[in-house]
Design a protein around this ligand. Structure first.
Ligand SMILES: O=C1O[C@H](COP(=O)(O)O)[C@@H](O)[C@H](O)[C@H]1O
Length: 245
């Protein structure tokens, strides 16, 4: 039975350090149980803050980073190293400082990668890398857009009808227009899904999602984990969380 838990902390800095501490413990526990940990990273402002907080966490040294698999929930389909790529931001914030096994860092392809600017082929390549069945995801982190998007699953967008493990996104309402994303069913395969949001602009989508908005209008409402869905919010983002849930 999956549970939904809402954690509210005072501000975005405390949120980042809270998520970082939880993530470190989750990785250590997953390694104790499974021998390795598998984490899906997200992009966006709060994600970068969280990764910087992991870097500054004293407990980070307790993690065997060579036994962590890193995946991405979505990617802006841009050339490798572009500052707007989620991968570039994650590398700068944390990954380049860690003793990771490069074979376990599963970045989504870039637009100057093996498939050139064919986002559909890049999405298919990432689905192949994920494999069948999908890997175990111990934690899948998601930012929440002001419009209620998660990963690159935007409200009312045709990508929501995609049934494979991954999908190419064209004409994204948020730049850049071309992206690669995990689909909702792949997100829902994760053991734990953590939705992380800070700031007043996130209050409305967070509030509606926790009231149970439909997936078409509010993808965030359907981003649930198999065992747990954890909403990690600062007070501003939690302003419209329903009191009775
Ligand atoms: O474009 C994206 O936006 C969302 C939310 O970003 P934020 O800056 O509003 O926190 C992010 O989760 C997603 O990975 C990214 O590609």
């Amino acid at each position: 039975m999956s549970e939904t838990v809402v954690v509210v902390v005072p501000d975005a800095d405390i949120l980042a350090s809270t998520v970082a501490a939880r993530l470190a413990i989750k990785i250590i526990d997953a390694q104790a149980v499974h021998g390795s940990a598998s984490v899906v990273l997200t992009g966006g402002r709060v994600a970068a803050k969280v990764l910087r907080a992991v870097r500054d966490l004293p407990g980070s040294a307790a993690i065997d980073w060579s036994r962590v698999d890193l995946w991405w929930g979505d990617e802006r389909f841009l050339p490798g190293g572009d500052p707007d790529r989620n991968e570039t931001q994650a590398r700068e914030a944390l990954l380049d400082k860690l003793p990771l096994d490069p074979a376990r860092v599963h970045a989504m392809p870039a637009s100057d990668g093996p498939d050139g600017d064919d986002a559909g082929a890049a999405a298919a390549r990432y689905a192949d890398e994920l494999g069948t069945p999908l890997p175990r995801f111990d934690v899948l982190m998601l930012g929440v857009g002001e419009d209620g998007h998660v990963a690159s699953l935007f409200p009312e967008h045709p990508v929501l009808q995609e049934t494979g493990a991954t999908a190419a996104v064209h004409n994204s309402p948020k730049p850049p227009p071309t992206r690669v994303t995990l689909t909702l069913s792949t997100i829902q395969s994760a053991d734990e899904v953590w939705l992380i949001a800070a700031g007043p602009d996130k209050a409305a989508p967070v509030g509606v999602a926790l009231e149970g908005g439909g997936p078409k209008h509010l993808p965030a409402a359907s981003a649930t984990g198999v065992r747990k869905t954890l909403w990690l919010l600062d007070q501003a983002a939690a302003a419209e969380v329903p009191t009775q849930r």
